[in-house]
Design a protein around this ligand. Structure first.
Ligand SMILES: Cc1ncc(COP(=O)(O)O)c(C=O)c1O
Length: 397
């Protein structure tokens, strides 16, 4: 029995596995059991900021594992303090709560918003259409896509989903009962869709009028991916709470909520917590990522390489107008919307040694390791050009 057959037999069928058996990673490359090398342009779904096997991350993991792997949150832990200090320095938010994953950060932010609202007679939490906040019941209650929600209801009460990027709709949805809104400033799973300036402008105005909290979900867009530490900085949006995960544990499971002093004060000892959250090995790995980000001025490199990548993708759009529709995103969080299903392109790219991801059916998503080089971006563009020139066939029915 092959590993894939055994996998199919053993697990709940919640994932569509790629037909690859990874045995090793190095930099932006993955190597498979059959001796092939792949350029990874989706980086473990925007997790592996420094790629695979980065010496600084490996050293941090080994050193911390040798000291202690887990002691529980009864104890002050130096790696937690080190990572939290870096997060507050990079984000400007003074308070941090560590958890284990993105959806758990959302769940915590949701609870903070409810508690903050409960003493102010504000109950409603508002999310936006097509967003992705994770798989917990709290996250699902703030999303609208049937593919994530169907069959899982009933959802939590006093949750509303309003149309994304529709400023007029904000007027009818937000009011004195609104406790919080949650948004991705660049929607990731929805196909790399940035929030509009007008939408943020109206949101800010209504926030001033009604005094609700703004939660920025930066789980995919945060950690320097867009060239700034948080994507909301591009929109001059200063949220009250920020959720982070993906890159901040250096590939180990870690999530975080960042908040202002005022909002963090909503929680007292015993009101929220986790056994594993802020695991010291994950925090040490995450601290190594952020130290490297600062030491190498990586966000500037992301900005420059992102602009280069965007320019080349736009060139592809004008060279192949019947295949490509639009390029969206910032830094190294980019989407190329196709006029057709992206699945065959993903397969054709993989056959040529490049892993890209397709989201929202027609959008090729590029969220590579932040250390990806110009040459690797060029190689991706050249290979896309080859695939488009050969003509992408729809998959057999
Ligand atoms: C914007 C956003 N929020 C939340 C999540 C959920 O994170 P996790 O899968 O770690 O629970 C994701 C995951 O892709 C995400 O992209």
């Amino acid at each position: 029995m092959t590993l894939h057959e055994r996998d199919t037999e053993l697990f709940f069928h919640t994932y569509k596995r790629l037909p690859l058996e990874i045995i090793r990673g190095e930099g932006a490359y993955l190597f498979t059991a059959d001796g092939k090398r792949y350029l990874d342009m989706f980086g473990g779904i925007a997790v592996n900021a420094l790629g695979y096997g980065h010496p600084r991350v490996l050293q941090a993991i080994t050193d911390q594992a040798a000291r202690y792997i887990h002691v529980s949150n009864y104890f002050v832990q130096e790696p937690q303090v080190r990572l939290a200090t870096l997060l507050t320095r990079l984000s400007g938010f003074p308070r941090v709560f560590f958890c284990n994953s993105g959806t758990e950060a959302i769940e915590g932010a949701f609870k903070i918003a409810r508690k903050w609202g409960s003493s102010r007679d504000k109950r409603e939490i508002v999310g936006f259409s097509n967003a992705f906040h994770g798989r917990s019941m709290g996250a699902l209650s703030l999303m609208d896509r049937p593919s994530y929600r169907d069959g899982f209801g009933p959802f939590l009460p006093h949750c509303t989903v309003a149309p994304f990027n529709d400023p007029a709709a904000l007027h009818s949805v937000l009011g004195p009962n609104t406790a919080a809104v949650i948004l991705e400033c660049i929607q990731g799973e929805a196909g790399i869709r940035p929030v509009s300036t007008e939408f943020i402008h109206v949101l800010q105005r209504l926030r001033g009028a009604f005094g609700f909290l703004v939660i920025a979900d930066e789980i995919q867009s945060g950690g320097g991916r867009t060239g700034k530490f948080l994507a909301c900085e591009h929109s001059n949006l200063r949220p009250d709470l920020v959720t982070l995960a993906k890159p901040i544990g250096g590939g180990l499971p870690l999530g975080a909520i960042l908040g202002t002093q005022l909002v963090a004060g909503t929680l007292q000892p015993g009101t929220h917590g986790t056994t594993f959250g802020g695991n010291p090995v994950a925090c040490a790995a995450g601290a190594a990522v952020l130290e490297e980000l600062i030491a190498t001025n990586l966000m500037q490199q992301v900005t420059d390489n992102g602009a280069f990548f965007t320019g080349r993708l736009m060139q592809l759009c004008s060279d192949f107008p019947t295949i490509c529709k639009e390029v969206r995103g910032k830094g190294l969080m980019l989407g190329l919307e196709l006029a057709q299903d992206g699945g065959p392109v993903v397969t054709a790219m993989r056959d040529r040694g490049i892993l890209v991801n397709c989201t929202d059916t027609t959008v090729l998503r590029f969220v590579p390791p932040l250390i990806v080089s110009r040459d690797q971006i060029r190689e991706t563009i050249d290979t896309l050009r080859t695939v488009f020139t050969a003509g992408v066939q729809p998959p057999p029915q």
